[in-house]
Design a protein around this ligand. Sequence first.
Ligand code: HSE
Length: 307
Amino acid sequence: MNKVRVFAPATVANMGCGFDIMGMTLDGVGDVLSVEVVEGDGLEIDNRSEVELPDDIEKNVITPAVRALMEAYGEKRLVKVVVEKKISPGSGIGSSAASSAAAVYALNVALGRPFSDERLVEFAMEGEKLISGGTPHADNVGPSLLGGVVLLRGYDPLDIVRLPVPDNFCCSVAHPAIMVSTRMAREVLPKDIPLRTAVKQWGNVAGLVAGLALKDVYLVGRAMQDVVVEPYRKQFIPGFDALREKVMAAGALAFNISGAGPSVFALSADMDVAARVGEIMREHFAEVGSDVYVCKVSNKGARVLNE
Ligand code: HSE
C-alpha cells in the first residue's frame, strides 16, 4: 500500500497507582494521520489538523519515533506524514503518544510490516522521551498501539503484558481546556519516596493487576489509589478534591488524574453511573470548558483505515 491512513486511540496512562507502568485504551477518540514512503531520504510532516504543532520537526514527537524505526529498518527512504486529526497536546489522554503510535504503525504497514507491534512500542517510546524531559515510558504508546489494558512489567528489557478487562469496566474521562505539559508534571515529582508510601502503592498496583485478572471491577476500584504522584499533581487541576467527592458520591468506584493531567477519569461498574459521572465532570469544569468521554476500554489499538 502506497499511502497508509491510520487511527491511533487516546489512552489513560497510570490508571491511578501504576505510574509509568500501566495504561488503557479509550474508544472512539484519537489521532488520524497518513504516511507515504517514497524513494529518497528524510522526513516531512504536514499538519492539516486543527491543532497547532511545532513548525520545527525536531520538536515533534513523530520525528524521533520515525527515525528510530527507520534506523532499525536499515534502508533510506523519504517518509511523508500528513497529520489529519489530532488530540490537543498536554491533554493527559495520550495526545503525543497517539501521534507517535499512529506514525510508526502506518510506517510499518507502508514498509510491508517488517516489525511486530511490540517492537513498534519501542520506537514510539522515543517520542515520549522527547516531551517528558528524557524518560522514555510506554504507558500511553503501549495501549495506543496494542489496545486494551497494558502493563509494562519492566523496561530493560521491555516486558509488555496485556491484561484482561472486566466487561463492566466503564470510564468517564474529562479533558478540561487547560494545558499541563508532561515535562512540568514530571518535574514536580519527588525523586525518592518513603518506604511506607511505597508499601501502600505496591499493594494498590498488585490489587489493580489482580482485579483485572480476576475481572473484579470492585477490587480494581479499591486499588486505583495513587499515594505517590497525585499529591504533587492535583494542584494543576481546579477543584480536584471537590470533584472526587462529587463523583464518588454519584457511585463511581475510583477517581484519578489521567496520565500527567489535566484530564481526569473515573471508573464505574455500569454505563448509567459512568454517564452521570461524566455530566458531573462537565458541570465541574463549566468555567474552563471540557471534552467529556464516557466509554468502555477498547481492546482495539492502532489500525489502518484504508485497507
Ligand atoms: N506516565 C506518564 C506520566 C504519562 O504520568 O508522566 C504521561 O506521559
